[in-house]
Design a protein around this ligand. Sequence first.
Ligand SMILES: [Zn+2]
Length: 236
Amino acid sequence: MFRKTIRITESVYQIRAIGARVTVLAQGAELMLVDAGLLGSSHAIAQGLAELGRSPSQIQQVVITHAHPDHSGGLAELVAGTDAAVAAHGQEADIIEGIVPAPNPLRWKVVGPVSWSVLSRLMGNPVPVVHRVEDGEPLTCQTDVRVVHLPGHTPGSIGLHLPQERVVIVGDALQYKLGRKLYPPAPGVTQHADEALRSLVKLLDIDFDTICFSHFPAMRNQPRKALEKLLKRHMN
Ligand SMILES: [Zn+2]
């Protein structure tokens, strides 16, 4: 059978949910999930957790990298009936909680507004955000996890650094096309491309040898060097 999970390290896995990958930190009995996929993803996530011998009832925390529907649309159904606390940057939390409407992420002038009228229905039901996180903040988890604020793709986009695992989870802040080269976030769905590039410079200050993305396989082949090259190409 086609497996839903991909092993990154002994305690980090990715699940192929609908529309995006969900990253799982599984150390001890408790689970932290990063993102929740599109609306309708909870079944795929439960299947992925079952492959790891786990269940959704073990989810302690769900961290949302940013409030795009392919990352937070499946959140309400995922946390329903669990004790999971939701964490997100403050600027995304208002959208996840339904306090402010989700801004249209599509930059295309003509098709953007039309497409968003359909896609915005995939945002899922509002969910309370228990932890509004900031840059550099450590998250409560059995392994060391630190928030890296990466504004640009959206104002409150965050990545997570796992120093013990030497892994950084970047959400949509980077693209890794065809398993070859790193690119900045997709311009058609990125609010501030220049700011997104400036945010990537921050990643050079942290220690990692694997990058986990939301829409691409993990990069293990000298990701730091690839990031330096990307910044050289784009920031002159
Ligand atoms: Zn996005």
